[in-house]
Design a protein around this ligand. Structure first.
Ligand SMILES: [Zn+2]
Ligand SMILES: [Zn+2]
Length: 293
């Protein structure tokens, strides 16, 4: 690499601040570089004054709850990620998750992990249960049963504690909608990193599900997401980073963080043909309503 080549691992520059504050409705601060304090200060400096820290496994969910207890600007959600549940049951020789390679624990290990998520879900700073759902992209047929059992258990936990359900749906739209219908969705349900098309947005709208848009709404090949955003009811739309993933254009491929939310907010305002202050005001209010804070 020459001395002047831009470093694709370098943090993108601070965007122009938003005039109306918003929340990052879904982030993973524990997977980003720097301290929580630094991430929150940087985000707040551009108008991103609140973040929802999302747990993906037992340790990450404990960390989310602790971090939310320590910072007013942070709310937590707790869960076993749809790709984590099958790993607990069947083991993970590749060690994809933070614990590294693991032995199969069977159904008993999944029950034990779910009991800990249930305990954490009762905490006041924990506003949601998720990310849970279905991922047919990363989990193969052998993991499907464990994944669906875990999803159903999370729905039950969310309803019993009156918390928001945060859905991860990757290549699994029809099955996610089916399980939600069979179990009965909680009062507040969020499709994180909304990935459906306009037709599915209408189904979500009728059910009252929130749709949270991430940086991939700016990607050239994501016209279906922009079409969905264009038809989604304004009161059901949220914005998120899913950082460190899904960095918006023109910074795609570089590390994402909550301070980059304004880039996505501006792209969303353009899709809806409204000014950024109106967009930001709706997003801020919707996120507070979605997570009941
Ligand atoms: Zn996800
Ligand atoms: Zn996530």
């Amino acid at each position: 690499m020459s001395a002047n080549a831009p470093d694709k691992n370098a943090a993108p520059p601070l965007p122009e601040p938003l005039r109306v504050p918003v929340a990052d409705s879904h982030t993973h601060l524990d997977m980003q570089s720097g301290t929580v304090e630094e991430a929150l200060a940087k985000a707040a400096s551009v108008g991103v004054t609140t973040v929802v820290q999302v747990g993906c496994d037992v340790d990450g969910s404990r960390w989310a709850a602790e971090t939310a207890a320590a910072h007013d600007a942070v709310h937590a959600t707790v869960a076993l990620h749809p790709n984590e549940a099958p790993r607990i049951v069947h083991g993970d020789p590749d060690g994809w998750s933070r614990q590294g390679a693991r032995e199969p624990g069977g159904d008993a290990a999944l029950d034990e992990a779910l009991a800990e998520i249930d305990r954490l879900a009762a905490l006041p700073q924990v506003k949601g249960v998720g990310e849970t759902g279905l991922d047919h992209y990363r989990t193969g047929p052998e993991g499907k049963d464990a994944q669906e059992r875990s999803f159903r258990a999370h729905i039950e936990i969310a309803k019993r504690h009156g918390k928001t359900l945060v859905i991860h749906d990757r290549d699994a739209h029809a099955d996610v909608l089916r399980v939600l219908k069979e179990e009965g969705a909680p009062e507040r349900t969020v499709f994180h990193c909304y990935s459906g098309d306009a037709e599915m947005a209408e189904i979500c709208a009728r059910a009252g599900y929130f749709m949270s848009f991430a940086g991939n709404v700016t990607f050239k090949n994501a016209q279906h997401l922009r079409d969905a955003l264009a038809v989604a009811p304004p009161e059901l739309v949220l914005v998120e980073t899913d950082a460190p993933f899904l960095t918006p254009v023109p910074f795609r491929g570089r590390p994402n963080a909550p301070y980059l939310v304004p880039v996505t907010v501006r792209a969303m305002a353009a899709v809806r043909g409204i000014d950024e202050d109106t967009m930001a005001a709706a997003l801020g209010a919707n996120t507070a309503r979605a997570f009941g804070y």
